[in-house]
Design a protein around this ligand. Sequence first.
Ligand SMILES: *Cc1c(COP(=O)(O)O)cnc(C)c1O
Length: 224
Amino acid sequence: MISPELISERIAHFRSIIPKGVELVAVSKFQPVEAIQAAYDAGQRLFGESRVQEFLEKKAVLPADIRWHFIGHLQTNKVKAIIGATALIESIDSVRLLELINRESEKAGIVTDVLMQVHVAMEETKFGFLPEELLDFFRTKGFGSFGKIRIRGLMGMASNTEDNDRIKEDFSSIASLFSDVRSMVPTPDYFDILSMGMSGDWPLAVDEGATIVRIGSAIFGSRN
Ligand SMILES: *Cc1c(COP(=O)(O)O)cnc(C)c1O
């Protein structure tokens, strides 16, 4: 782990350069609780985790006013464990997952906020809906199908490449899908979150309209 002082400096740095209206998710996956505590002490309250077990263990020992975003692939058998623990699940990559979250939210008597994950990057391994699949989902299922879920927007990643033009193109595709879907939503004020951009490419994502950036290694250093 890098020093708490450096984490603190980096949090201050990002808070000063990320434009108003864009939220910073400090991606703390694989980082120890001490690192999260250092960022918390520097004023950061929003963190992102990608594994259910690790997330719940950290949440149990860290301050209660932290808001947690789940950003990793969520296995269907882990849904029950995570319901009620997140401010936002950013990584919905199947309709099945929505069905399960809806059912468990109903049982828990809560409404769960989520983002739909879009896949536009050139890598084949990444999870998420293709743009056409997503449009199809909204055309057929619509927003009313899951009463205990609020679909708040989209999350996406750009291709893992040095080619800035390609990265811009990916973010631009996600942003234009976002506005297409938004025009289909009965209550557009609920559909207002566009999460894109990581340590290496977040300024390009902000240029294309991101409202959330998810930054890990540029704050906490490399992951073990
Ligand atoms: C790990 C991760 C990030 C952060 O990546 P960095 O390159 O470390 O900033 C952002 N989004 C998702 C979905 C991730 O899994």
